[in-house]
Design a protein around this ligand. Structure first.
Ligand code: AMP
Length: 579
Protein backbone atom coordinates (compact mmCIF):
# COMPACT_ATOMS: atom_id res chain seq x y z
CA UNK A 1 0.00 0.00 0.00
CA UNK A 2 1.39 3.44 -0.80
CA UNK A 3 0.99 6.34 1.58
CA UNK A 4 -2.05 7.79 -0.21
CA UNK A 5 -3.92 4.48 0.22
CA UNK A 6 -2.83 4.19 3.84
CA UNK A 7 -3.99 7.70 4.71
CA UNK A 8 -7.28 7.13 2.93
CA UNK A 9 -7.83 3.76 4.63
CA UNK A 10 -7.21 5.33 8.01
CA UNK A 11 -9.50 8.27 7.14
CA UNK A 12 -12.28 5.84 6.21
CA UNK A 13 -11.82 3.46 9.14
CA UNK A 14 -11.48 6.13 11.84
CA UNK A 15 -14.51 8.13 10.64
CA UNK A 16 -12.83 11.09 8.94
CA UNK A 17 -13.85 10.74 5.28
CA UNK A 18 -15.78 8.19 3.27
CA UNK A 19 -17.47 8.08 -0.16
CA UNK A 20 -21.01 9.54 -0.21
CA UNK A 21 -24.14 7.51 -0.99
CA UNK A 22 -22.18 4.26 -0.50
CA UNK A 23 -25.27 2.05 -0.13
CA UNK A 24 -26.38 3.22 -3.59
CA UNK A 25 -23.01 2.65 -5.20
CA UNK A 26 -21.61 6.16 -4.64
CA UNK A 27 -20.90 8.89 -7.22
CA UNK A 28 -17.43 10.17 -8.02
CA UNK A 29 -16.62 13.63 -6.76
CA UNK A 30 -18.75 13.36 -3.60
CA UNK A 31 -17.41 12.52 -0.14
CA UNK A 32 -18.88 12.66 3.35
CA UNK A 33 -17.04 13.82 6.44
CA UNK A 34 -17.67 11.36 9.24
CA UNK A 35 -17.76 12.27 12.95
CA UNK A 36 -14.04 12.97 13.28
CA UNK A 37 -13.73 14.46 9.78
CA UNK A 38 -16.58 16.93 10.27
CA UNK A 39 -15.12 17.99 13.64
CA UNK A 40 -11.64 18.40 12.14
CA UNK A 41 -13.11 20.46 9.29
CA UNK A 42 -15.00 22.69 11.71
CA UNK A 43 -11.85 23.28 13.74
CA UNK A 44 -9.82 24.16 10.62
CA UNK A 45 -12.58 26.59 9.62
CA UNK A 46 -12.59 28.06 13.13
CA UNK A 47 -8.85 28.63 12.92
CA UNK A 48 -9.39 30.32 9.54
CA UNK A 49 -11.99 32.56 11.18
CA UNK A 50 -9.49 33.34 13.93
CA UNK A 51 -7.05 34.56 11.28
CA UNK A 52 -9.43 36.40 8.97
CA UNK A 53 -12.52 37.41 10.95
CA UNK A 54 -10.87 38.08 14.32
CA UNK A 55 -7.30 38.93 13.23
CA UNK A 56 -8.07 40.93 10.10
CA UNK A 57 -11.47 42.18 11.26
CA UNK A 58 -13.24 40.95 8.11
CA UNK A 59 -16.86 40.11 8.87
CA UNK A 60 -18.28 36.87 7.50
CA UNK A 61 -21.42 36.89 5.39
CA UNK A 62 -23.63 34.10 4.08
CA UNK A 63 -25.07 34.39 0.57
CA UNK A 64 -27.17 31.73 -1.21
CA UNK A 65 -25.40 28.85 -2.93
CA UNK A 66 -27.76 29.30 -5.91
CA UNK A 67 -27.38 32.44 -7.97
CA UNK A 68 -29.40 34.05 -10.75
CA UNK A 69 -28.04 33.83 -14.29
CA UNK A 70 -27.08 37.52 -14.53
CA UNK A 71 -24.41 37.10 -11.82
CA UNK A 72 -22.57 34.42 -13.75
CA UNK A 73 -23.04 36.11 -17.10
CA UNK A 74 -21.36 39.19 -15.66
CA UNK A 75 -18.59 37.22 -13.92
CA UNK A 76 -17.73 35.37 -17.13
CA UNK A 77 -18.62 31.92 -15.77
CA UNK A 78 -21.48 31.32 -18.26
CA UNK A 79 -19.25 32.15 -21.18
CA UNK A 80 -15.91 30.83 -20.07
CA UNK A 81 -15.85 28.58 -16.99
CA UNK A 82 -15.02 25.44 -18.89
CA UNK A 83 -12.46 22.64 -19.00
CA UNK A 84 -11.32 20.92 -22.19
CA UNK A 85 -13.16 17.62 -22.62
CA UNK A 86 -12.70 14.72 -24.98
CA UNK A 87 -15.03 11.77 -25.52
CA UNK A 88 -14.13 8.28 -26.69
CA UNK A 89 -15.88 7.49 -29.96
CA UNK A 90 -16.11 3.82 -29.03
CA UNK A 91 -17.11 3.55 -25.34
CA UNK A 92 -18.47 7.16 -25.07
CA UNK A 93 -16.55 7.78 -21.82
CA UNK A 94 -15.47 11.44 -21.36
CA UNK A 95 -12.18 12.71 -19.95
CA UNK A 96 -10.33 15.94 -19.14
CA UNK A 97 -8.34 16.33 -22.35
CA UNK A 98 -5.33 18.01 -20.71
CA UNK A 99 -5.16 15.29 -18.01
CA UNK A 100 -5.15 12.50 -20.61
CA UNK A 101 -2.36 14.21 -22.54
CA UNK A 102 -0.39 14.79 -19.31
CA UNK A 103 -0.40 11.04 -18.66
CA UNK A 104 1.66 10.63 -21.85
CA UNK A 105 3.79 13.77 -22.02
CA UNK A 106 4.59 17.07 -20.31
CA UNK A 107 2.55 20.03 -21.54
CA UNK A 108 2.06 23.53 -20.15
CA UNK A 109 -1.25 24.45 -18.50
CA UNK A 110 -3.80 26.52 -20.38
CA UNK A 111 -3.52 25.02 -23.90
CA UNK A 112 -6.48 25.73 -26.20
CA UNK A 113 -8.84 22.97 -27.32
CA UNK A 114 -7.47 23.05 -30.90
CA UNK A 115 -3.90 22.61 -29.59
CA UNK A 116 -4.96 19.67 -27.43
CA UNK A 117 -6.81 17.99 -30.33
CA UNK A 118 -3.64 18.39 -32.38
CA UNK A 119 -1.45 16.78 -29.71
CA UNK A 120 -3.89 13.87 -29.28
CA UNK A 121 -3.91 13.22 -33.06
CA UNK A 122 -0.14 13.60 -33.57
CA UNK A 123 0.70 11.32 -30.65
CA UNK A 124 -2.06 8.80 -31.36
CA UNK A 125 -3.36 9.08 -27.77
CA UNK A 126 -6.22 6.63 -27.25
CA UNK A 127 -9.05 6.19 -24.74
CA UNK A 128 -7.51 5.11 -21.41
CA UNK A 129 -10.56 2.90 -20.70
CA UNK A 130 -11.01 0.91 -23.93
CA UNK A 131 -8.20 1.99 -26.26
CA UNK A 132 -10.74 3.41 -28.73
CA UNK A 133 -10.24 6.58 -30.82
CA UNK A 134 -10.82 9.97 -29.18
CA UNK A 135 -12.94 12.72 -30.80
CA UNK A 136 -12.12 16.44 -31.02
CA UNK A 137 -11.54 18.34 -27.78
CA UNK A 138 -14.40 20.66 -26.78
CA UNK A 139 -15.22 23.03 -23.92
CA UNK A 140 -17.37 21.67 -21.10
CA UNK A 141 -18.93 24.27 -18.80
CA UNK A 142 -18.40 23.22 -15.19
CA UNK A 143 -21.42 24.94 -13.67
CA UNK A 144 -24.45 23.00 -12.44
CA UNK A 145 -27.52 24.63 -13.96
CA UNK A 146 -30.97 24.67 -12.39
CA UNK A 147 -34.35 26.40 -12.74
CA UNK A 148 -35.55 28.79 -10.04
CA UNK A 149 -39.25 28.22 -9.29
CA UNK A 150 -41.59 26.01 -11.30
CA UNK A 151 -41.34 25.93 -15.08
CA UNK A 152 -38.26 26.99 -16.97
CA UNK A 153 -38.53 30.76 -16.88
CA UNK A 154 -35.70 31.70 -14.55
CA UNK A 155 -32.34 30.05 -14.98
CA UNK A 156 -30.04 29.71 -12.00
CA UNK A 157 -26.69 28.14 -11.26
CA UNK A 158 -25.13 26.52 -8.22
CA UNK A 159 -22.26 28.87 -7.40
CA UNK A 160 -18.84 27.70 -8.63
CA UNK A 161 -17.12 29.94 -6.03
CA UNK A 162 -18.29 31.86 -2.98
CA UNK A 163 -16.70 35.10 -4.23
CA UNK A 164 -19.54 36.35 -6.45
CA UNK A 165 -21.92 36.57 -3.47
CA UNK A 166 -19.56 39.09 -1.92
CA UNK A 167 -19.12 41.14 -5.12
CA UNK A 168 -22.85 41.52 -5.73
CA UNK A 169 -23.35 42.64 -2.11
CA UNK A 170 -20.76 45.38 -2.56
CA UNK A 171 -23.07 48.44 -2.21
CA UNK A 172 -24.50 47.15 1.09
CA UNK A 173 -21.09 46.12 2.37
CA UNK A 174 -19.67 49.53 1.52
CA UNK A 175 -22.42 51.17 3.56
CA UNK A 176 -21.79 48.72 6.43
CA UNK A 177 -18.11 49.71 6.43
CA UNK A 178 -19.11 53.40 6.46
CA UNK A 179 -18.10 54.09 2.85
CA UNK A 180 -14.39 53.70 3.55
CA UNK A 181 -11.68 51.61 1.90
CA UNK A 182 -9.97 49.29 2.54
CA UNK A 183 -12.31 46.66 3.96
CA UNK A 184 -12.60 42.93 3.74
CA UNK A 185 -15.40 40.41 3.86
CA UNK A 186 -15.31 36.63 4.11
CA UNK A 187 -17.45 33.64 3.36
CA UNK A 188 -17.08 29.95 4.15
CA UNK A 189 -19.41 27.65 2.28
CA UNK A 190 -20.12 25.12 -0.41
CA UNK A 191 -19.23 25.62 -4.05
CA UNK A 192 -20.13 23.34 -6.93
CA UNK A 193 -18.25 22.37 -10.06
CA UNK A 194 -19.30 19.55 -12.35
CA UNK A 195 -15.71 18.29 -12.67
CA UNK A 196 -15.21 16.06 -15.71
CA UNK A 197 -13.67 12.96 -14.20
CA UNK A 198 -12.90 13.55 -10.55
CA UNK A 199 -10.50 11.11 -8.96
CA UNK A 200 -8.01 11.71 -6.14
CA UNK A 201 -10.58 11.63 -3.31
CA UNK A 202 -11.36 15.01 -1.77
CA UNK A 203 -8.76 16.81 -3.89
CA UNK A 204 -11.20 17.14 -6.78
CA UNK A 205 -14.82 17.24 -5.69
CA UNK A 206 -18.05 18.23 -7.37
CA UNK A 207 -19.28 19.78 -4.11
CA UNK A 208 -16.59 21.31 -1.94
CA UNK A 209 -16.03 23.97 0.70
CA UNK A 210 -14.26 27.23 0.08
CA UNK A 211 -13.12 29.84 2.56
CA UNK A 212 -12.65 33.10 0.70
CA UNK A 213 -11.80 36.65 1.64
CA UNK A 214 -12.36 39.61 -0.67
CA UNK A 215 -10.27 42.61 0.28
CA UNK A 216 -11.47 45.81 -1.37
CA UNK A 217 -8.73 48.39 -1.68
CA UNK A 218 -8.08 51.72 -3.32
CA UNK A 219 -5.70 50.79 -6.22
CA UNK A 220 -3.49 53.77 -5.32
CA UNK A 221 -2.65 52.15 -1.99
CA UNK A 222 -2.08 48.54 -3.01
CA UNK A 223 1.54 48.91 -2.08
CA UNK A 224 0.84 50.24 1.40
CA UNK A 225 -0.69 47.51 3.53
CA UNK A 226 -1.26 48.99 7.03
CA UNK A 227 0.06 45.86 8.75
CA UNK A 228 2.86 44.94 6.35
CA UNK A 229 5.59 45.31 8.96
CA UNK A 230 4.14 42.35 10.84
CA UNK A 231 5.12 40.02 7.95
CA UNK A 232 8.00 41.88 6.30
CA UNK A 233 10.73 39.62 7.72
CA UNK A 234 8.87 36.33 7.22
CA UNK A 235 10.66 33.86 4.93
CA UNK A 236 8.44 32.34 2.23
CA UNK A 237 9.30 29.49 -0.15
CA UNK A 238 8.59 31.25 -3.47
CA UNK A 239 8.60 29.53 -6.84
CA UNK A 240 8.33 32.45 -9.22
CA UNK A 241 7.73 32.51 -12.97
CA UNK A 242 11.46 32.64 -13.81
CA UNK A 243 12.35 29.68 -11.61
CA UNK A 244 9.60 27.65 -13.27
CA UNK A 245 10.76 28.60 -16.76
CA UNK A 246 14.32 27.51 -15.97
CA UNK A 247 13.24 24.42 -14.03
CA UNK A 248 14.82 25.87 -10.91
CA UNK A 249 13.76 25.19 -7.32
CA UNK A 250 11.64 27.40 -5.09
CA UNK A 251 13.75 29.82 -3.03
CA UNK A 252 13.18 31.19 0.43
CA UNK A 253 12.70 34.95 0.30
CA UNK A 254 11.64 37.54 2.85
CA UNK A 255 8.20 39.02 2.16
CA UNK A 256 9.56 42.58 2.20
CA UNK A 257 12.33 41.70 -0.27
CA UNK A 258 9.85 39.91 -2.57
CA UNK A 259 7.83 43.14 -2.89
CA UNK A 260 10.91 45.40 -3.23
CA UNK A 261 12.30 43.19 -6.03
CA UNK A 262 8.92 43.04 -7.76
CA UNK A 263 8.68 39.25 -7.37
CA UNK A 264 5.26 39.75 -5.74
CA UNK A 265 3.33 42.59 -7.37
CA UNK A 266 2.35 44.63 -4.31
CA UNK A 267 2.19 44.71 -0.50
CA UNK A 268 -1.46 43.68 -0.32
CA UNK A 269 -0.95 40.53 -2.34
CA UNK A 270 2.26 39.71 -0.47
CA UNK A 271 0.57 40.24 2.90
CA UNK A 272 -2.10 37.63 2.10
CA UNK A 273 0.49 35.20 0.73
CA UNK A 274 2.25 35.57 4.10
CA UNK A 275 -0.98 35.19 6.07
CA UNK A 276 -1.75 32.03 4.08
CA UNK A 277 1.65 30.63 5.02
CA UNK A 278 1.04 31.36 8.70
CA UNK A 279 -2.45 29.89 8.64
CA UNK A 280 -1.41 26.69 6.86
CA UNK A 281 1.48 26.08 9.25
CA UNK A 282 -0.81 26.83 12.18
CA UNK A 283 -3.28 24.06 11.21
CA UNK A 284 -0.49 21.54 10.73
CA UNK A 285 0.78 21.78 7.15
CA UNK A 286 4.45 20.76 7.10
CA UNK A 287 6.41 23.86 6.07
CA UNK A 288 8.98 21.67 4.31
CA UNK A 289 6.23 20.44 1.98
CA UNK A 290 4.77 23.87 1.23
CA UNK A 291 5.62 26.33 -1.53
CA UNK A 292 4.06 29.30 -3.29
CA UNK A 293 3.91 29.03 -7.07
CA UNK A 294 3.42 32.12 -9.17
CA UNK A 295 0.98 31.75 -12.06
CA UNK A 296 2.72 31.87 -15.42
CA UNK A 297 1.48 34.75 -17.57
CA UNK A 298 -0.07 32.16 -19.94
CA UNK A 299 -2.28 30.64 -17.22
CA UNK A 300 -3.18 33.87 -15.40
CA UNK A 301 -6.66 35.27 -15.97
CA UNK A 302 -6.31 38.22 -18.37
CA UNK A 303 -7.40 40.71 -15.69
CA UNK A 304 -5.19 39.42 -12.87
CA UNK A 305 -1.94 41.32 -12.41
CA UNK A 306 -0.34 38.64 -10.25
CA UNK A 307 -1.45 35.38 -8.71
CA UNK A 308 0.17 32.84 -6.37
CA UNK A 309 -0.94 29.34 -5.44
CA UNK A 310 -0.06 27.70 -2.14
CA UNK A 311 0.94 24.18 -3.11
CA UNK A 312 1.61 21.25 -0.81
CA UNK A 313 3.44 18.04 -1.53
CA UNK A 314 1.30 14.96 -1.01
CA UNK A 315 2.68 11.45 -1.29
CA UNK A 316 1.30 9.72 -4.36
CA UNK A 317 -0.19 12.95 -5.74
CA UNK A 318 2.76 15.34 -6.03
CA UNK A 319 2.38 19.11 -5.67
CA UNK A 320 -1.28 20.14 -5.30
CA UNK A 321 -2.78 23.65 -5.20
CA UNK A 322 -4.71 24.22 -1.99
CA UNK A 323 -5.06 28.03 -1.90
CA UNK A 324 -5.06 30.66 -4.64
CA UNK A 325 -4.16 34.28 -3.82
CA UNK A 326 -4.91 36.72 -6.63
CA UNK A 327 -4.92 40.41 -7.34
CA UNK A 328 -8.17 40.53 -9.34
CA UNK A 329 -7.91 44.28 -9.99
CA UNK A 330 -11.30 45.99 -10.55
CA UNK A 331 -12.39 43.25 -12.96
CA UNK A 332 -15.28 41.80 -10.93
CA UNK A 333 -16.83 45.04 -9.73
CA UNK A 334 -16.51 46.64 -13.17
CA UNK A 335 -18.20 43.61 -14.78
CA UNK A 336 -21.09 43.69 -12.28
CA UNK A 337 -21.37 47.46 -12.59
CA UNK A 338 -21.77 47.13 -16.34
CA UNK A 339 -24.28 44.26 -16.23
CA UNK A 340 -26.40 45.59 -13.34
CA UNK A 341 -26.09 49.29 -14.25
CA UNK A 342 -25.57 49.99 -10.54
CA UNK A 343 -22.70 52.28 -9.57
CA UNK A 344 -20.12 50.18 -7.70
CA UNK A 345 -17.55 52.91 -7.25
CA UNK A 346 -16.45 54.53 -4.01
CA UNK A 347 -16.10 58.27 -3.50
CA UNK A 348 -12.54 58.90 -2.34
CA UNK A 349 -12.13 62.42 -0.90
CA UNK A 350 -8.88 64.25 -1.72
CA UNK A 351 -6.76 65.40 1.20
CA UNK A 352 -7.23 68.98 -0.02
CA UNK A 353 -9.85 70.09 -2.57
CA UNK A 354 -8.34 70.42 -6.04
CA UNK A 355 -8.88 73.43 -8.31
CA UNK A 356 -10.12 72.15 -11.64
CA UNK A 357 -10.99 74.13 -14.79
CA UNK A 358 -14.51 73.39 -15.94
CA UNK A 359 -16.52 74.53 -18.93
CA UNK A 360 -19.95 75.80 -18.05
CA UNK A 361 -22.41 75.75 -20.97
CA UNK A 362 -25.65 77.73 -20.78
CA UNK A 363 -27.97 76.75 -23.62
CA UNK A 364 -30.68 79.12 -24.76
CA UNK A 365 -33.52 76.80 -23.83
CA UNK A 366 -36.20 79.32 -24.83
CA UNK A 367 -35.16 78.75 -28.46
CA UNK A 368 -33.78 75.16 -28.30
CA UNK A 369 -36.89 73.84 -26.49
CA UNK A 370 -39.57 74.78 -29.03
CA UNK A 371 -37.25 74.20 -31.99
CA UNK A 372 -36.01 70.69 -31.13
CA UNK A 373 -38.88 69.57 -28.83
CA UNK A 374 -38.26 65.96 -27.55
CA UNK A 375 -34.56 66.12 -28.44
CA UNK A 376 -33.92 69.28 -26.41
CA UNK A 377 -32.84 67.44 -23.25
CA UNK A 378 -30.32 65.29 -25.09
CA UNK A 379 -28.96 68.32 -26.97
CA UNK A 380 -28.41 70.12 -23.70
CA UNK A 381 -26.58 67.11 -22.21
CA UNK A 382 -24.43 66.73 -25.35
CA UNK A 383 -23.46 70.41 -25.31
CA UNK A 384 -22.50 70.22 -21.61
CA UNK A 385 -20.23 67.23 -22.31
CA UNK A 386 -18.21 69.06 -25.01
CA UNK A 387 -14.72 70.47 -24.65
CA UNK A 388 -14.16 74.27 -24.92
CA UNK A 389 -12.28 73.96 -28.25
CA UNK A 390 -15.20 72.03 -29.74
CA UNK A 391 -17.59 74.78 -28.66
CA UNK A 392 -15.48 77.65 -30.09
CA UNK A 393 -17.02 77.30 -33.55
CA UNK A 394 -19.79 79.10 -35.49
CA UNK A 395 -21.89 75.96 -35.19
CA UNK A 396 -21.56 72.54 -33.56
CA UNK A 397 -22.74 69.26 -34.99
CA UNK A 398 -24.19 66.73 -32.57
CA UNK A 399 -25.12 63.09 -33.01
CA UNK A 400 -28.52 62.71 -31.34
CA UNK A 401 -29.86 59.13 -31.54
CA UNK A 402 -27.97 58.57 -34.80
CA UNK A 403 -29.22 61.82 -36.37
CA UNK A 404 -27.02 64.85 -37.02
CA UNK A 405 -28.28 68.03 -35.35
CA UNK A 406 -26.63 71.41 -36.08
CA UNK A 407 -26.66 74.03 -33.33
CA UNK A 408 -25.55 77.55 -34.08
CA UNK A 409 -23.24 79.23 -31.59
CA UNK A 410 -25.90 81.91 -30.88
CA UNK A 411 -27.98 79.21 -29.14
CA UNK A 412 -25.60 78.77 -26.22
CA UNK A 413 -23.03 80.59 -24.12
CA UNK A 414 -19.97 78.98 -22.61
CA UNK A 415 -17.24 79.99 -20.23
CA UNK A 416 -14.37 78.31 -18.40
CA UNK A 417 -14.46 78.60 -14.61
CA UNK A 418 -12.28 77.21 -11.81
CA UNK A 419 -14.11 74.98 -9.35
CA UNK A 420 -13.14 73.05 -6.19
CA UNK A 421 -13.25 69.25 -6.58
CA UNK A 422 -13.32 67.36 -3.28
CA UNK A 423 -12.60 63.82 -4.46
CA UNK A 424 -13.09 61.21 -7.15
CA UNK A 425 -15.06 58.01 -7.75
CA UNK A 426 -12.92 54.89 -7.88
CA UNK A 427 -13.87 51.26 -8.55
CA UNK A 428 -11.90 49.36 -5.88
CA UNK A 429 -9.43 46.62 -6.65
CA UNK A 430 -9.86 43.22 -5.04
CA UNK A 431 -7.17 41.04 -3.52
CA UNK A 432 -8.57 37.56 -2.95
CA UNK A 433 -7.16 34.68 -0.92
CA UNK A 434 -9.27 31.65 -1.86
CA UNK A 435 -8.85 28.51 0.27
CA UNK A 436 -10.06 25.01 -0.58
CA UNK A 437 -10.99 23.62 2.85
CA UNK A 438 -11.26 19.98 1.69
CA UNK A 439 -7.79 20.02 0.16
CA UNK A 440 -6.37 21.62 3.28
CA UNK A 441 -8.04 19.01 5.46
CA UNK A 442 -6.69 16.14 3.38
CA UNK A 443 -3.19 17.69 3.36
CA UNK A 444 -3.34 18.07 7.13
CA UNK A 445 -4.13 14.34 7.42
CA UNK A 446 -1.36 13.40 4.99
CA UNK A 447 1.26 15.54 6.74
CA UNK A 448 0.17 14.29 10.17
CA UNK A 449 0.25 10.62 9.24
CA UNK A 450 3.19 8.74 10.73
CA UNK A 451 4.25 5.17 11.35
CA UNK A 452 6.89 4.04 13.83
CA UNK A 453 8.06 0.87 15.52
CA UNK A 454 7.55 0.88 19.29
CA UNK A 455 8.68 -2.16 21.26
CA UNK A 456 8.72 -4.26 18.05
CA UNK A 457 5.20 -3.24 17.17
CA UNK A 458 4.09 -0.84 14.47
CA UNK A 459 2.37 2.28 15.77
CA UNK A 460 0.27 4.44 13.44
CA UNK A 461 -0.14 7.95 14.73
CA UNK A 462 -1.81 11.07 13.38
CA UNK A 463 0.29 13.92 14.66
CA UNK A 464 -2.49 16.49 14.26
CA UNK A 465 -1.95 19.94 15.67
CA UNK A 466 -3.58 20.16 19.10
CA UNK A 467 -5.96 22.95 18.11
CA UNK A 468 -7.49 21.07 15.18
CA UNK A 469 -7.43 17.50 16.54
CA UNK A 470 -11.11 16.44 16.69
CA UNK A 471 -10.75 14.95 20.18
CA UNK A 472 -8.48 16.85 22.54
CA UNK A 473 -8.55 14.45 25.49
CA UNK A 474 -9.48 10.79 25.86
CA UNK A 475 -10.35 9.73 29.40
CA UNK A 476 -9.55 6.04 29.96
CA UNK A 477 -10.13 4.04 33.14
CA UNK A 478 -7.25 1.56 33.45
CA UNK A 479 -9.74 -1.33 33.67
CA UNK A 480 -13.09 -1.13 31.94
CA UNK A 481 -14.76 -3.48 34.42
CA UNK A 482 -13.92 -1.79 37.71
CA UNK A 483 -16.81 0.36 38.74
CA UNK A 484 -14.78 2.73 40.91
CA UNK A 485 -12.42 3.49 38.02
CA UNK A 486 -15.18 3.88 35.43
CA UNK A 487 -17.30 6.09 37.69
CA UNK A 488 -14.32 8.39 38.40
CA UNK A 489 -13.43 8.37 34.68
CA UNK A 490 -16.95 9.46 33.71
CA UNK A 491 -16.78 12.24 36.31
CA UNK A 492 -13.41 13.53 35.05
CA UNK A 493 -14.66 13.45 31.44
CA UNK A 494 -17.75 15.41 32.49
CA UNK A 495 -15.67 18.07 34.23
CA UNK A 496 -13.42 18.48 31.19
CA UNK A 497 -16.43 18.73 28.86
CA UNK A 498 -17.84 21.36 31.21
CA UNK A 499 -14.62 23.31 30.76
CA UNK A 500 -15.19 23.30 26.99
CA UNK A 501 -12.84 20.56 25.80
CA UNK A 502 -13.65 17.94 23.15
CA UNK A 503 -13.49 14.81 25.30
CA UNK A 504 -14.01 11.13 24.57
CA UNK A 505 -14.62 8.66 27.38
CA UNK A 506 -13.53 5.15 26.40
CA UNK A 507 -13.55 2.01 28.57
CA UNK A 508 -13.70 -0.78 25.98
CA UNK A 509 -10.72 -3.06 25.27
CA UNK A 510 -7.25 -3.15 26.80
CA UNK A 511 -5.57 0.13 27.70
CA UNK A 512 -2.97 -0.53 24.96
CA UNK A 513 -5.71 -0.87 22.33
CA UNK A 514 -7.36 2.33 23.52
CA UNK A 515 -4.06 4.24 23.29
CA UNK A 516 -3.61 2.88 19.77
CA UNK A 517 -7.14 3.90 18.76
CA UNK A 518 -6.58 7.40 20.01
CA UNK A 519 -3.16 7.65 18.34
CA UNK A 520 -4.87 6.85 15.05
CA UNK A 521 -7.61 9.40 15.71
CA UNK A 522 -4.95 12.03 16.41
CA UNK A 523 -6.02 12.62 20.04
CA UNK A 524 -3.14 14.60 21.60
CA UNK A 525 -3.72 13.62 25.24
CA UNK A 526 -4.96 10.54 27.11
CA UNK A 527 -5.87 10.66 30.78
CA UNK A 528 -5.69 7.31 32.58
CA UNK A 529 -7.61 6.77 35.80
CA UNK A 530 -6.09 4.03 38.01
CA UNK A 531 -6.15 2.77 41.58
CA UNK A 532 -3.93 5.58 42.86
CA UNK A 533 -6.55 8.00 41.54
CA UNK A 534 -9.39 6.48 43.57
CA UNK A 535 -7.50 5.04 46.55
CA UNK A 536 -4.48 7.21 47.15
CA UNK A 537 -3.84 10.74 45.97
CA UNK A 538 -6.43 11.65 43.31
CA UNK A 539 -3.77 12.00 40.62
CA UNK A 540 -4.11 10.67 37.08
CA UNK A 541 -1.62 9.81 34.33
CA UNK A 542 -1.55 12.13 31.32
CA UNK A 543 0.04 10.66 28.18
CA UNK A 544 1.31 12.69 25.25
CA UNK A 545 0.44 11.22 21.85
CA UNK A 546 3.67 12.21 20.09
CA UNK A 547 6.40 11.57 22.65
CA UNK A 548 4.38 8.97 24.59
CA UNK A 549 5.76 10.69 27.71
CA UNK A 550 3.59 10.27 30.81
CA UNK A 551 3.22 12.58 33.77
CA UNK A 552 1.22 12.33 36.95
CA UNK A 553 -0.96 15.26 37.96
CA UNK A 554 -3.97 15.88 40.26
CA UNK A 555 -7.27 15.36 38.40
CA UNK A 556 -8.43 18.77 39.63
CA UNK A 557 -5.59 20.46 37.68
CA UNK A 558 -6.47 18.87 34.33
CA UNK A 559 -8.56 21.62 32.76
CA UNK A 560 -5.96 24.29 33.63
CA UNK A 561 -3.23 22.06 32.20
CA UNK A 562 -5.01 21.40 28.90
CA UNK A 563 -6.00 25.04 28.56
CA UNK A 564 -2.36 26.01 28.85
CA UNK A 565 -1.06 23.24 26.58
CA UNK A 566 -3.55 24.19 23.84
CA UNK A 567 -2.76 27.86 24.15
CA UNK A 568 1.01 27.67 24.28
CA UNK A 569 1.78 24.48 22.36
CA UNK A 570 4.36 23.66 25.09
CA UNK A 571 5.41 20.01 25.64
CA UNK A 572 3.61 18.03 28.33
CA UNK A 573 6.95 16.96 29.83
CA UNK A 574 7.37 20.29 31.64
CA UNK A 575 4.34 19.64 33.87
CA UNK A 576 3.50 17.29 36.77
CA UNK A 577 5.65 14.41 37.96
CA UNK A 578 7.36 12.21 35.37
CA UNK A 579 6.20 8.59 35.38
P1 AMP B 1 -10.05 28.37 -7.80
O1 AMP B 1 -11.24 29.29 -7.76
O2 AMP B 1 -10.14 27.36 -8.90
O3 AMP B 1 -8.74 29.08 -7.75
O4 AMP B 1 -10.15 27.52 -6.46
C1 AMP B 1 -9.78 28.00 -5.22
C2 AMP B 1 -9.47 26.84 -4.31
O5 AMP B 1 -10.62 25.98 -4.21
C3 AMP B 1 -8.37 25.94 -4.85
O6 AMP B 1 -7.11 26.36 -4.41
C4 AMP B 1 -8.73 24.58 -4.28
O7 AMP B 1 -8.15 24.42 -3.00
C5 AMP B 1 -10.22 24.62 -4.15
N1 AMP B 1 -10.86 23.85 -5.25
C6 AMP B 1 -11.08 24.23 -6.51
N2 AMP B 1 -11.72 23.27 -7.20
C7 AMP B 1 -11.90 22.24 -6.35
C8 AMP B 1 -12.51 20.94 -6.45
N3 AMP B 1 -13.07 20.53 -7.58
N4 AMP B 1 -12.52 20.15 -5.35
C9 AMP B 1 -11.97 20.55 -4.18
N5 AMP B 1 -11.39 21.76 -4.03
C10 AMP B 1 -11.35 22.59 -5.08
Amino acid sequence: MDKYDKVFELAKNRGFIWPSFEIYGGASGFYDYGPLGATLKRKIEDEWRRFYCVGEGFYEIEAPTIGVEAIFEASGHVGGFADPMVTCEKCKESFRADHIVKETMEIPDGLKKEQLTDIIRKNAIKCPECGGPLGDVYDFNLMFQTWIGPGQKKKGYLRPETAQGMFVDFPRLLRFYREKLPFGVTQIGKSYRNEISPRQGVIRLREFTQAEAEVFVNPQFKSQHPNFNAVRELMLPLWDENAQLTNGPSTPMRVGVAVEKGTIANQYLAYYVALTYQFLVSVGIDEKKLRFRQHMCTERAHYATDCWDAEVFLDGLGWIEIVGIADRTSYDLTAHQKRSEVDLSVFIPFEKPMKVKKTVVTPDMKTIGPKFKGKAGKIMAALKAMKPEELDKPEVRLDIDGEEVVIESSLFKHETVEVDVNGENVVPHVVEPSYGVDRILYSVLDHAYDEEIVKDEERIVLRLDRKVAPITVAVLPLLGNDERLTARGVEIAKDLKGAGFFVEYDDSGTIGKRYRRNDEAGTPFCVTVDFDTVEKDGTVTVRDRDSMAQVRIPAADLSGLFGELLCTGKPLEGYGKKV
